[in-house]
Design a binder for this molecule. Structure first.
Ligand SMILES: [Fe+2]
Length: 159
């Protein structure tokens, strides 16, 4: 086994970075979904939801940067074009959504996909003793599970 300068298996690190790029692409779709619903939301709950969606996209924006910088830390190049983001998209693309329940459902559906990718990365990073990626994924998963619970509660549904 060859190791890189941060002490991780070179081959496994490459695979983790590639999956982190998939997460990055999907996070950008999620971010743009949040922008879309922040802009287009209509109705009596506007003054609650418009700032709530802003809070979420601000957080997503920070996470996008963390993921990209982790990709660089692992020696790869973060995806940065819309073309690459669309190619790797698993998160559903929300278009022209202005109804509150559809907007919140889009968040739930987006986060469900992100959680799948993050769990996959968590398995890989655990196996590679990549604690940096592992703890990042743990934090993301914990936060997003909580957000899904809150969004489902808002929808009047259980998890
Ligand atoms: Fe705004």
């Amino acid at each position: 086994m060859t190791t890189n300068s941060i002490g991780l298996d070179t081959k496994k690190t490459k695979e983790i970075a590639s999956e982190l790029n998939t997460l990055l692409a999907n996070f950008q779709i999620y971010y743009q979904n949040l922008r879309g619903i922040h802009w287009n939301i209509k109705g009596k709950r506007f003054f609650d939801l418009h700032p709530k969606f802003e809070e979420l996209y601000t957080d997503a924006n920070l996470k996008v940067d963390e993921i990209a910088e982790r990709v660089l830390t692992l020696g790869a190049t973060p995806l940065h074009t819309f073309e690459d983001y669309s190619k790797g998209a698993k998160v559903p693309v929300g278009k022209n959504i202005s109804e509150d329940e559809k907007a919140v459902q889009l968040i739930v559906d987006s986060l469900s996909e992100l959680l799948k990718i993050e769990r996959q990365i968590l398995n890989m990073s655990g196996e590679a003793n990549d604690e940096g990626t592992n703890s990042m994924m743990s934090d993301f998963i914990t936060e997003q599970e909580k957000t899904v619970w809150m969004m489902k509660a808002w929808l009047g549904e259980s998890i």
